[in-house]
Write a protein that binds this ligand. Structure first.
Ligand SMILES: Nc1nc2c(ncn2[C@@H]2O[C@H](COP(=O)(O)OP(=O)(O)OP(=O)(O)O)[C@@H](O)[C@H]2O)c(=O)[nH]1
Length: 378
């Protein structure tokens, strides 16, 4: 899906694609100028001062110039700017014609309205004023330069065709605006779809960055974020928090004996069990290190902390984890592991300090023979 939003191109590098403004002006000019030719010809018929030069110029201007302008704009590295230049040239030329023909009202009105409206649409009031200025300059130049007396009257056929030209031009112009707004509407829809996709992807990536890929638990990065939130945005202010550090005993031996993949299975099985602590209101259950996990819980008293730690320890002790190896050797088919847990809790105490105390409690649990729970209380 490609969105074409930019209208500018590198200078000197034609894109090969016709700019929408160029295409629209060509269509409008081709239709309107073809109608203007007989309108102006009808007006010129009655003028004595008009000779072959005027007929030739009229034909070249109305029938050939639009095609030359299109050809030039298509080859321009800045087609929009080139086309705006062409519109300003239109203004000057029709001003000259108006002056030459003696300012016939209908022709003057039709051409000046088309020219100024077009520039107003693409350059705003500044463009409209420029167009009007050039139109007037052309008209005044002809009137005073050639000493032409303004007649104002318009031949009836010329008036009718001028009106038709105005109508055709404005309808073509409005149709171009309609096509543009439809395109914009579609583009906005596609853009919104893209933005939604990017937002969803960003959310997925953020979530991935917070997860340990092996166990699916949150990782240490997430813990740091959560601790920062609790500490700095006040949501944890005055809160009693409990920290539990959980370590698998003799995990190196599991790897050595059963292989690294079996070790991974053990980590996953322990993680599945620890995640149940969310039901006890745990804020964070994360993989803290290799075979070490950390739980951040609201402190609901030492008795409940200890009970939860014991439940987790007992739960893991009861697990029989499939190694995924050949089941014929029953000693290798399943693994049983134990946990050592150290926990600490405190009211308004920095979480980093609680982690430190839980770590020391965990060390004591290891020292005391493993497969046990120790608290920082002693
Ligand atoms: N399979 C597997 N092993 C890991 C992973 N991360 C760390 N380990 C291993 O975990 C083991 C940790 O060993 P130690 O720090 O000596 O701890 P331990 O053997 O559990 O001994 P204690 O903690 O004192 O009971 C090392 O052998 C690491 O290679 C992992 O993602 N997968």
């Amino acid at each position: 899906m490609s969105l074409q939003i930019s209208e500018t191109v590198q200078p000197g590098v034609p894109t090969g694609r016709v700019h929408w403004l160029v295409a629209m002006n060509r269509r409008n000019r081709s239709m309107a100028f073809v109608l203007l030719w007989p309108a102006m010809a009808a007006q010129m018929r009655g003028l004595e001062a008009v000779g072959p030069l005027a007929w030739t110029l009229l034909t070249l201007h109305l029938l050939l110039l639009p095609q030359l302008m299109y050809w030039r704009a298509c080859r321009s590295a800045q087609p929009r700017e080139t086309e705006v230049g062409h519109m300003l040239l239109d203004a000057l030329c029709f001003g000259l014609w108006s002056g030459w023909l003696g300012h016939p009202l209908w022709i003057t009105a039709a051409t000046s309205v088309c020219i100024t409206a077009n520039l107003m649409a693409f350059r705003g009031p500044r463009g409209a004023l420029q167009a009007l200025g050039l139109y007037l300059a052309g008209a005044v130049l002809m009137t005073f330069g050639l000493g032409i007396t303004p007649v104002l009257e318009t031949d009836r056929i010329a008036a009718l065709l001028s009106l038709l030209t105005l109508e055709v031009y404005l309808l073509g112009f409005a149709y171009g605006a309609y096509q543009r707004s439809m395109l914009l509407h579609r583009t906005r829809g596609e853009l919104q779809q893209r933005l939604d996709q990017i937002a969803a992807l960003q959310e997925r990536l953020t979530e991935q960055a917070r997860r340990d890929p092996l166990t699916g638990l949150h990782n240490r990065h997430f813990l740091t974020e959560r601790v920062h939130e609790l500490t700095h945005n006040g949501s944890g202010a005055g809160m009693s928090i409990g920290v539990m550090l959980v370590d698998i005993d003799h995990f190196k031996q599991v790897n050595d004996r059963h292989g690294h993949q079996a070790g991974d299975r053990v980590l996953q099985a322990v993680a599945r069990l620890l995640v149940l602590a969310h039901e006890e209101g745990a804020e964070v259950v994360c993989r803290y290190g290799g075979e070490e996990f950390l739980l951040l819980l609201p402190d609901r008293g030492a008795a409940r902390m200890r009970a939860l730690a014991e439940r987790l320890r007992g739960g893991v002790e009861a697990l029989r984890i499939e190694t995924g190896r050949d089941a014929s050797d029953s000693s290798d088919a399943q693994i049983a592991v134990t946990l050592s847990i150290g926990w600490a809790c405190g009211h308004g105490e920095p979480i980093e300090r609680l982690i430190d105390r839980a770590d020391r409690a965990l060390y004591r649990a290891k020292q005391a023979g493993r497969n046990r729970v120790e608290s920082a209380l002693g």
